[in-house]
Design a protein. Structure first.
Length: 204
């Protein structure tokens, strides 16, 4: 991808990673990437307010109003096409995607997950790792496929579970890593410095 990479962020909740990407874009740390759209399936989520304050267009929808996932995804895909989106970044978007969205953006759709995949996929990954008693967990950025956190791994960073800490402090430290790592990876994509070969990824 060249300079001027147009990015859509999908989010469902607080939007801390959306905010991190937005600030990186404003500060010129996304390799020319620009956040031009927020897609959110929960209109009352705080991330919507973040987007409003930043002047970022939002696409809001309620999944229960549609008969199938493919129906609302077709509408989203049409909007992404209209806005000439180059890269999609999932940031706490809590829904599996169908080929309607995955196929057009194969190799151009990222997700960030708070564990070292393939360990602890799905929801509450930090709680899963904590309850399992791991000594090391971390953060994964991966390409999106149709599975649950099964796409090709792009980048990972380990986080050591410190003696005596609780799950809240571990969560806070993992979120700090997320908010630093995700903009770095998006920058590399925006600059065209990512080469994917099957399950192997090289970052230039």
């Amino acid at each position: 991808m060249s300079q001027g990479c147009r990015i859509a962020v999908f989010a469902s909740g607080n939007g801390s990673n959306f905010q991190a990407l937005l600030e990186a874009s404003r500060e010129g740390r996304l390799g020319g990437g620009e956040i031009v759209l927020l897609v959110c399936d929960k209109p009352n989520a705080f991330v919507v307010e973040r987007a409003r304050q930043a002047g970022v267009e939002t696409y809001l929808f309620r999944p229960k109003e549609y008969a199938r996932r493919e129906d609302y995804e077709a509408e989203i895909a049409a909007r992404l096409t209209e806005l000439e989106i180059d890269l999609v970044a999932l940031a706490g978007y809590m829904r599996l995607l169908t080929p309607v969205l995955v196929s057009p953006y194969a190799g151009r759709m990222l997700n960030i997950h708070p564990s070292l995949l393939p360990a602890f996929p799905g929801t509450d990954a930090i709680g899963q790792a904590w309850n399992y008693g791991v000594k090391i967990t971390g953060v994964t950025v991966h390409l999106v496929d149709e599975g649950m956190d099964t796409g090709t791994i792009v980048a990972q960073e380990a986080v050591t579970v410190e003696p005596g800490e609780d799950v809240d402090s571990l969560t806070a430290r993992i979120h700090q890593v997320e908010q630093r790592l995700y903009p770095q990876v998006v920058k590399q994509f925006a600059e065209g410095r990512v080469r994917v070969n099957g399950r192997k990824v090289e970052l230039g």
